[in-house]
Design a protein around this ligand. Structure first.
Ligand SMILES: Cc1cc2nc3c(=O)[nH]c(=O)nc-3n(C[C@H](O)[C@H](O)[C@H](O)COP(=O)(O)OP(=O)(O)OC[C@H]3O[C@@H](n4cnc5c(N)ncnc54)[C@H](O)[C@@H]3O)c2cc1C
Length: 313
């Protein structure tokens, strides 16, 4: 018998699973799919907690503000490469170059440096799917009117064969590429050319779509040596920011000894007394069942129907 079964492997299920398994519990997670995390930006909107908690039906209205704060601190203790904003929310760039606020985000996304800049260089990878450099430039000009925005087009030769056969390369594929050895070398050469291009390095900032430095030391080191701030953008689904957060949480859960059955839906739960749950799983046509002393229901709802399809008896 398991100490606990977590049904659902999205953000809520993963955090619940990590929390229980790090306390020494034997936890099994059963998830039909990956949930909505892998399509989200990986940036968290927490907002001014006391005001959100007062909004009727907002999820935060069910929680005490200090518990929300404690959850944020816990998340950062798990993944310190996520930055928290002290006081006011921070600015991050949307995929179209306008600004939104966020409270907890992977390193590299904070866009405050753009407020001080006089020159913004917008990196424009040729052939990047759904990246509209002119629209992004216009929005950056509206958001940061004190700054001149210039588009810096560049090609990545590693993607040329794809593009020759008409295959568009999305931001997620670019972000994965920059983390490879070949990607780091290509980026180094690109940044060397960029340094020569920028007129006044003290007042410039670079905006770079399809790039993510979180959890990658070589990339972080390379970007830290660049003389101006390099600001990443959030991306549209399929998002690298969501994918990398999902992978990081799954890895943590497994490090603490958690086990996962992915791709199988729970169809029914029998409650057999106060501390015994029997969980029925349908996989490839056959039924199997698992017993646990405790159950966490984390079936979400926004992406895959959630608890509506689960029967408790
Ligand atoms: C496109 C998109 C963008 C978003 N952007 C942001 C953002 O920028 N910032 C932000 O803060 N939030 C964002 N969100 C919201 C955020 O991603 C979600 O609130 C959060 O991920 C929900 O997590 P969850 O674990 O509750 O649910 P889900 O992610 O929906 O996970 C539910 C899990 O339960 C599983 N499941 C369901 N039924 C069963 C069953 N019967 N048996 C077994 N498993 C089952 C699913 O397969 C999945 O693993 C975004 C959401 C989407 C869809």
């Amino acid at each position: 018998m398991w100490d606990g079964i977590v049904i659902g492997g999205g953000f809520a299920g993963l955090i619940a699973g990590i929390r229980a398994s790090e306390r020494g519990k034997r936890i099994l997670m059963i998830a039909e799919g990956t949930g909505s995390l892998s399509s989200s930006s990986g940036v968290f909107d927490i907002g001014p907690i006391p005001s959100l908690a007062r909004l009727e039906k907002h999820p935060y209205s069910y929680l005490e503000p200090q518990n929300i704060q404690a959850a944020v601190e816990y998340f950062r203790s798990l993944l310190p490469e996520y930055e928290k904003c002290e006081g006011e929310s921070s600015l991050v760039l949307t995929p179209l170059g306008s600004c939104r606020t966020a409270d907890l985000m992977p390193m590299g996304l904070k866009a405050e440096a753009l407020i001080q800049s006089k020159e913004i260089v917008l990196m424009a990878p040729e052939g990047m799917k759904d990246f509209f450099s002119r629209v992004v430039k216009e929005n950056l000009e509206k958001e940061f009117p004190q700054s001149r925005v210039e588009i810096y087009p560049f090609q990545v030769s590693a993607f040329a064969p794809w593009q020759q056969v008409g295959k568009a390369v999305n931001g997620l594929e670019f972000a994965r590429f920059w983390r490879t050895e070949e990607g780091i070398e290509t980026l180094q050469k690109l940044l060397e050319a960029l340094v020569r291009y920028i007129r006044n390095q003290k007042e410039a900032a670079v905006v770079f779509p399809g790039l993510s430095r979180v959890f990658n030391k070589p990339l972080q080191k390379l970007l830290a040596h660049f003389p101006c701030p390099i600001i990443e953008m959030t991306d549209i689904p399929p998002t690298f920011g969501g994918e990398i957060l999902y992978d990081a949480l799954k890895r943590k859960f497994k490090e603490f000894g958690g086990e996962i059955i992915l791709g199988s839906g729970v169809r029914k739960v029998d409650i057999q007394g106060k501390n015994c749950f029997q969980v029925w799983v349908k996989s490839k046509g056959s039924d199997s069942n698992f017993q646990a002393k405790e159950l966490v229901l984390a079936t979400g709802g926004s992406s895959e129907g959630g608890s509506k399809r689960l029967r408790m008896e």
